[in-house]
Write a protein that binds this ligand. Structure first.
Ligand code: SME
Length: 128
């Protein structure tokens, strides 16, 4: 997980990169790079993180300030991508990335983050 976070953090627009792990009905913050987040535990019903885990799909938000689900982590954040880490349809966790640039995440970013989530899934399942 640390290696995945470090790799993604190299991208210039990826201001905050972290992995949340699902623990019961809560997402618990694991390895991350960027400023400390106040959201170390997020109930499934809350935030863009909670929505991505509940809907079992990647969510891209071009303007976080226009999304009522958004839980603020940093005042500078403008856009966000959250991709669930799933194995056989079961959510194990997710990759969450914030950018200080509006609409920073497109199809290429989605493909990259989903590919890394797919690589992590069997390792997380094995570790659990
Ligand atoms: N913005 C997220 C909360 C986590 S912080 O970005 C690190 C959300 O809305 O779920």
């Amino acid at each position: 997980m640390q290696a995945a976070v470090a790799l993604l953090k190299e991208k210039p627009d990826y201001t905050w990169v972290g992995i949340y792990l699902l623990d019961g009905n809560e997402l618990v913050l694991g390895p991350y790079l960027g400023k400390p987040s106040p959201h170390t535990r997020i109930p499934l019903g809350r935030g863009i993180c909670g929505a991505a885990a509940t809907e079992k799909q990647t969510i891209i938000v071009d303007d976080v300030n226009a999304d009522p689900r958004y839980l603020a982590c940093s005042i500078e954040t403008q856009s966000e991508i959250v991709a669930p880490i799933m194995l056989n349809g079961v959510v194990l966790g997710e990759i969450d990335i914030d950018s200080d640039r509006r609409a920073a995440f497109g199809a290429d970013d989605r493909a990259l983050v989903e590919a890394i989530a797919a690589m992590l899934a069997p390792k997380l399942a094995e570790a659990q």
